[in-house]
Design a protein around this ligand. Structure first.
Ligand SMILES: Cc1cc2nc3c(=O)[nH]c(=O)nc-3n(C[C@H](O)[C@H](O)[C@H](O)COP(=O)(O)OP(=O)(O)OC[C@H]3O[C@@H](n4cnc5c(N)ncnc54)[C@H](O)[C@@H]3O)c2cc1C
Length: 346
């Protein structure tokens, strides 16, 4: 549902049109198509930055005139409210990339797509270190924000690997308005964590330090990881989602708790806890952000009551949210023949 009071006045519009180009600034753009959940109302203003310099410029202007803004990657870790976003959404489409084989490095603007674009560039240049993250929807900026992670290669799959292991440095615009190069330590990476969660810094581009690798072996790891994912995660094209909804609980597993509480297949409106993976909610078609919020609250309530654990959402909530519906959840049965991630793990 549209929030009635846009905060954009004529002065703001004139300043932005002058700075970014009247033909590049769009009004009332539906955000759902720009997210993997396919949920979210309109942005008052929408601008696509096609280079790191355009991104830098747009951020400076928005900050100068004190206009609320949101920087959007591929929208794979967020839920945008049905009321949309009051202010400017900057979609990061700055995707220039280069491979520097003599130094075993790849450099990319922060809107570059990790898979397939950046991984293909690295692997086809014989550079190893980011092939592990195949199949995960993400821009380079989003990957640094969340410290992208996945399991180490088969057959052992003995540990979780993090993108921080290959980050050398990044060009950022700091919260204070300085443009500077920072090294990996600056980011204070953790599990699903980086300094970007706590400071309004923005990554403009990043350099990754990789190692010479055997292309055939890298392609083998990529195929194995894609196969692993396809057997455990709902396919994004037919079952849109934002990946894991709740944060990991060390040694326990958020998904395991949800599964043990019998919550798979629980549905409110168009949002459903998928039978494929207990920690993933999918958009069954026409889901509203309010449905997802109500489903999150329901799962939290049941898990707390049954196990004592408090589940915390991993995704970010962006924009204006309507009150959740008061409809009771229903439960849909599992399709015949489906093997869930939890059954595979067991
Ligand atoms: C099906 C599916 C599977 C997934 N599997 C995994 C997985 O295995 N491992 C994993 O780690 N994650 C996984 N995720 C989560 C998601 O892919 C990552 O969190 C990803 O890094 C999000 O990137 P994005 O570009 O979509 O960021 P968005 O969702 O668009 O944005 C997320 C946040 O990052 C901020 N941001 C974006 N760009 C920048 C920038 N340049 N500078 C500063 N802040 C920025 C945004 O403002 C926002 O606050 C999965 C998601 C889905 C949908």
């Amino acid at each position: 549902m549209r929030q009635p009071d846009s905060i954009i006045n004529q002065d703001t519009l004139t300043t932005l049109e002058k700075a970014l180009g009247a033909d590049r600034l769009q009004r009332d753009v539906e955000l759902a198509p720009f997210t993997t959940f396919k949920i979210g109302g309109p942005a008052d203003l929408f601008y696509e930055a096609k280079t790191a310099d355009e991104l830098y410029h747009a951020l400076l202007v928005a900050r100068e005139i004190d206009l609320p803004f949101f920087l959007l990657g591929v929208g794979a870790n967020i839920l945008i409210g049905d009321g949309g976003f009051r202010g400017l959404v900057i979609r990061n489409a700055a995707q220039h990339m280069e491979a520097w084989t003599e130094k075993s490095q790849v450099w990319a603007e922060s809107g570059a797509i990790v898979y397939p674009d950046l991984i293909d560039l690295a692997v086809s240049n014989g550079l190893s270190g980011i092939e592990h993250y195949v199949g995960i929807p993400s821009t380079v900026g989003g990957a640094l924000w969340q410290n992208l992670h996945f399991l180490s290669p088969p057959p052992e799959r003995k540990r979780t690997m993090f993108i921080e292991e290959v980050v050398l440095e990044a060009d950022i615009l700091t919260e204070e308005g300085d443009r500077r190069t920072v090294d990996v330590d600056y980011f204070e990476f953790g599990y699903d964590q980086s300094i970007l969660h706590h400071r309004r810094d923005v990554v403009l581009s990043a350099t990754f330090q990789l190692e010479p690798g055997d292309e055939a072996r890298m392609r083998e790891i990529m195929a194995a990881n894609l196969d692993w994912r396809s057997k455990r995660h709902p396919p994004l094209d037919t079952e849109p989602s934002a990946g894991s909804i709740f944060k990991k609980i060390e040694g326990i597993g958020a998904g395991r708790l949800i599964d043990e509480c019998g919550l798979k297949g629980t549905r409110i409106g168009g949002a459903e806890v998928t039978h494929r993976h207990a920690n993933i909610m999918i958009n069954r078609g026409g889901a509203r952000a309010a449905d997802v919020q109500a489903l999150i609250a329901h799962v939290q309530k049941v898990v707390k009551r049954e196990t004592g654990y408090r589940l915390e959402p991993e995704i970010a909530f962006i924009g204006a949210f309507d009150p959740p519906p008061t409809t009771e959840p229903i439960r849909v049965p599992k399709e015949d023949g489906m093997i869930s991630a939890e059954e595979r793990a067991a």
